[in-house]
Write a protein that binds this ligand. Structure first.
Ligand code: ZN
Ligand code: ZN
Length: 98
């Protein structure tokens, strides 16, 4: 007992089936959840995939952290220098002995 698929009306289906294999596959494909496989590349080097939640890859994130640390360090040094400016060591000339 075969009848035509009500959807495509091309393929024959069994009495207990609602659609042909082709239409079933098509429907599966259409309603299947989209797989989020879009890989965002690192905005810095553009060669490695960015880490989730970041727009940089692991390497560039590390580099960025390193740079940030250097900046902090440099700021500290600058602040220290500003706090107590280097006083010139005026070594008195002790050779002028009377
Ligand atoms: Zn069909
Ligand atoms: Zn990168």
């Amino acid at each position: 007992m075969l009848r035509k698929c009500p959807i495509c009306e091309l393929n024959y289906i069994r009495e207990n089936e609602t659609m042909c294999r082709t239409c079933a596959a098509e429907r599966m494909r259409r309603y299947a959840p989209k797989v989020e496989d879009e890989i965002i590349m690192c905005s810095e080097c553009g060669e490695n995939p960015a880490l989730p939640g970041h727009d940089l890859c692991e390497d560039c994130l590390k580099e960025q952290k390193r740079q940030a640390n250097l900046e902090i360090l440099a700021d500290k040094v600058r602040a220290d220098e500003a706090d107590d400016p280097l006083e010139e060591d005026i070594t008195e000339d002790a050779s002028e002995d009377d």
